[in-house]
Design a protein around this ligand. Sequence first.
Ligand code: TMP
Length: 206
Amino acid sequence: MFITFEGGEGAGKSIQASLLKDFFISSGIDAILTREPGGTLFAEEIRKTLLTGEPEKIPPLTEALMYLAARADHWERRIKPALNAGKVVISDRFHDSSIVYQGFCKGVDINVLNTVYSSITNDNMPDRTYLIDIEPEIGLARSLARNNSETRFEKMDISFHRKVREAFLDLSRKYADRYLVLDGSLPISEVQKLIRADLSDFLRSS
Ligand code: TMP
C-alpha cells in the first residue's frame, strides 16, 4: 500500500505521517516513512538546493525538473523496492505537490509534469492521499517557528500560499476516490484517529 500526505506549509503532515508509521509498526505491519523532495541520498542533496535561498533562485521549469529528478531516484531506489517487498510506503509529499506548486501555482505545463511522472512510475498512483488543510497564515507561522533554513517556499507571498491551498482542494475533488481532506486545526490525535478510521474502511472495501 502506498500512502501520501499533502498540504501547504506547516499543515502538520509530517507528524501525522510519522504517527501513522508508528501505528503500522506497532501493529506488526512493515512500513517505511519517507519524504519528498528527498528519501534517497541523491534526492536529499537536491532537496537542499530546492528549499534554501531566495524564491527566484531557480526558474519554474528548472525547479519542476529538479523535483522530478529527485522523484525518479526516490521511486526507483526506495519506493518501488519497498512496495515490491510488500511494505507499506508512507510519503510526506509526492507528485501532487509538483502539480500544485510547479503546475497550478508557478505555471509549468501540467502535461509535461504528468508525462515525466508516467515514465518514472509507469503510472502508479498512491492508494490513499491525506490532504491536511490549514489556513495559510496559521500554517506559515507554525512552519517559520521551526527555525530551520528550508524557507525558500515560506518566503513566497501569502497570495501564493492561498493559491496552493485552493489548488490542493481542487485536486482533492478531482481525485476524490483516493483523497481524504482533514482539518489541520484539529488536535493532532483527532486527525490521526480520522486517518486510521479511513484506512480501516479502505482496507475493508478493497
Ligand atoms: P516540506 O517537506 O517541509 O513541506 O517542504 C517541501 C517544500 O517543497 C514545500 O514548500 C513544497 C515544495 N514542493 C514542491 O514545490 N514541489 C514538489 O514536487 C514537492 C515534493 C515539494
